[in-house]
Design a protein around this ligand. Structure first.
Ligand code: ATP
Ligand code: MG
Length: 270
């Protein structure tokens, strides 16, 4: 796309009313990173920084209608998938992505919230694996999600992460970003695998409770930056740098008493 064109980026995800994760966080991230944000609601949640207290599904016919209506009018340069919730939603979204020939797709295979609530029904995992992952340019699982997708033993070390990233690549995405937020220790590295080479993105673990929506923010940042970089790995690096700075600045916000949000506008609000 031409350098002077502002990308239109779509998030298909759940709504977290506290604004730290899900569609609202995705829109903040797109806005902070120079992309015009659009959104299709895949599920409603009742949620704060401490807990998810309820999930209200959106009828799949209406998810399809939201997508078809949007794509009928607006050029979409990249799509990010977040919480989908059920097998039916996974299938509906997969069909729409094919119908609209979406090429630049970032999939965050959301399964469990930071507060421990299930956001994807267990029977939907197989559909996510077979219907969505092969369509993805980039997937961004955390370690528990990688273990479920691969049906493998716990991933505990960087060496385990490297092996898992390669195995995830075999499920169909062009690039895997395996996130190390759940690793024990002072580091929170991510491993990128494109099927031939692996790149490690090292990051010191920031000591903070404010990690609500870190995964949503990273995948949204990648989607916002993909159309703005020739090299997807460069977009991933820039997204990780943005997220790390947003976590580091999270103490400037005072939102809730649980896992607070990251500061999406840390460079804009000085
Ligand atoms: N305390 C931290 N300090 C620095 N980076 C972190 C920290 N926690 C997570 N990250 C980074 O944030 C990103 C998200 O990682 P994580 O494994 O927490 O994802 P997640 O579990 O999907 O998050 P979410 O709960 O938002 O779904 C990764 O790039 C990870 O390295
Ligand atoms: Mg996540």
């Amino acid at each position: 796309m031409p350098d002077d064109m502002i990308p239109n980026v779509l998030s298909i995800a759940g709504v977290d009313p506290s604004g730290g994760a899900g569609l609202l966080a995705d829109l903040k991230t797109f806005s902070a990173l120079g992309a015009y944000g659009t959104g299709v609601v895949a599920a409603l949640t009742a949620q704060n920084t401490r807990a998810v207290t309820g999930i209200h599904p959106v009828p799949v016919a209406f998810i399809a209608q939201q997508l078809d209506t949007l794509f009928a009018d607006v050029r979409i340069d990249a799509v990010k998938l977040g919480m989908l919730g059920t097998t039916e939603v996974v299938a509906t979204v997969a069909d729409a992505l094919r119908r609209h020939h979406v090429r630049r797709l970032v999939v965050d295979p959301v399964m469990v919230s930071k507060s421990g609530h299930h956001l994807l029904s267990p029977d939907a995992v197989a559909s996510l694996r077979t219907r969505i992952l092969p369509l993805a340019e980039i997937i961004t699982p955390n370690l528990p999600e990688a273990e479920v997708l691969l049906a493998c033993a716990p991933i505990r070390t960087l060496a385990d992460m490297r092996a898992a990233a390669r195995a995830l690549h075999a499920l169909g995405p062009r690039i895997v970003v395996l996130k190390g937020g759940h690793l024990d220790g002072a580091e929170s590295p991510d491993v990128i695998d494109d099927g031939t080479t692996q790149v490690e993105l090292p990051a010191a673990r920031i000591v903070t409770k404010n990690t609500h929506g870190t995964g949503c923010t990273l995948s949204a940042a990648i989607a916002a930056l993909l159309p703005q970089h020739d090299d997807p790995i460069a977009a991933i690096r820039a997204a990780k740098a943005y997220l790390t700075a947003a976590i580091a600045a999270s103490g400037e916000l005072t939102v809730g008493s649980g896992h607070g949000p990251v500061h999406h506008f840390h460079t804009l609000w000085k």
